[in-house]
Design a protein around this ligand. Structure first.
Ligand code: UTP
Length: 297
């Protein structure tokens, strides 16, 4: 019987240097995307895929993330005294969303190092990893599909997105073979941020993973790689090429909407796209946007 996955690990300990100075004192995961911090979308996604046990890997300057998922008694009291139930619900929603736990990473030595900090909490079960600055549109159930593939094949699963060849140097890139299913590939090799022109494909790893607990043993011996960081991609490469009992690595090819809020341009695009689609703000915003676009040189 495959283990039913219930735990999500969300690393939020990176320094967010691409967003300085906004991230000097505030985590990039708390940047608002329309009216919710990016991290709330990510936790909502985990919960809607059935993962109610959330472990955040945090670091310095990340207390705002903890506060966001905590109760704020005085704010609730003020809203209650005003009878403003709508805002009260918004405040309470993130508090009650999931069972959120925290562990600190210490030094931000890379994504692989951050994931290794989840070992005690996760134990010997498969688990999901969601990057806190990567938003997958709620209408595109990527994580649910990945959990299904993990259960069917008892494998390690990464999410792959076809990117423009000019962008491959920004991602972990996969070499793949087809399987019988259109959206599932077998990953035969992975390389982290290959130099421009040297990528083996244009299938990039994006911020969703479903991992087997064997990843921890591999991460323990993974040496620092690209950028001097302990790279999750390097550990996954070992699994992709490792013995059959590890189940290998498969990729779910994602063809839906994804917003990288850790990148300034993608962050702006995310706000415009998500605001345009909103039932409350969308009609006015789209009207203004059309007029604004007309004025552009
Ligand atoms: P990024 O490379 O996008 O994060 O890591 P970063 O280092 O914060 O970004 P820049 O390049 O300096 O702007 C992907 C994810 O992994 C987490 C980040 O918080 C982000 O969610 N991460 C990265 C950690 O938790 N620990 C690390 O040591 C590195």
């Amino acid at each position: 019987m495959p283990h039913v996955i219930s735990k999500a690990v969300i690393p939020v300990a990176g320094m967010g240097t691409r967003f300085l100075p906004a991230t000097k004192a505030m985590p990039k995961e708390m940047l608002p995307v329309v009216d919710k911090p990016a991290i709330q979308y990510v936790v909502e996604e985990a919960v809607s895929a059935g993962l109610h046990d959330v472990l955040m890997i945090t670091g310095r300057n990340k207390s705002a993330v903890e506060n966001h998922f905590d109760k704020v008694g005085e704010l609730e009291a003020v809203l209650r005294s005003k009878g403003d139930d709508e805002k009260l619900d918004k405040v309470r929603y993130s508090t009650d969303l999931a069972d959120v736990h925290y562990v600190r990473q210490g030094d931000p030595l890379g994504l692989g190092h951050a994931v290794l900090r989840a070992q005690m909490h996760v134990g010997h079960e498969p688990f999901a990893v969601l990057l806190g600055d990567d938003i997958i549109d709620e209408r595109d159930a990527l994580l649910t599909r990945m959990l299904q593939v993990q259960a069917d094949l008892n494998t390690t699963v990464v999410a792959l997105l076809e990117v423009d060849p000019s962008q491959t140097h920004l991602y972990g890139i996969a070499t793949v073979e087809p399987t019988g299913e259109d959206d599932v590939v077998r990953v035969t090799g992975l390389v982290e941020k290959p130099p421009p022109g040297e990528a083996p494909s244009n299938l990039a790893i994006i911020g969703r993973y479903v991992l087997r607990p064997e990843i921890f043993e591999v991460l323990e011996r993974t040496a620092p790689g690209k950028g001097g960081e302990i790279q999750l991609t390097d550990a996954l490469q070992e699994l992709a090429q490792g013995p059959a009992w590890t189940g290998g690595v498969h990729g779910v090819v994602f063809r839906g909407r994804r917003y990288d809020t850790g990148d300034r341009l993608d962050y702006l695009k995310a706000i415009v796209q998500l605001a345009s689609d909103r039932g409350d703000l969308g009609p006015d915003f789209r009207g203004w946007l059309r007029e604004f676009v007309e004025t552009l040189p």
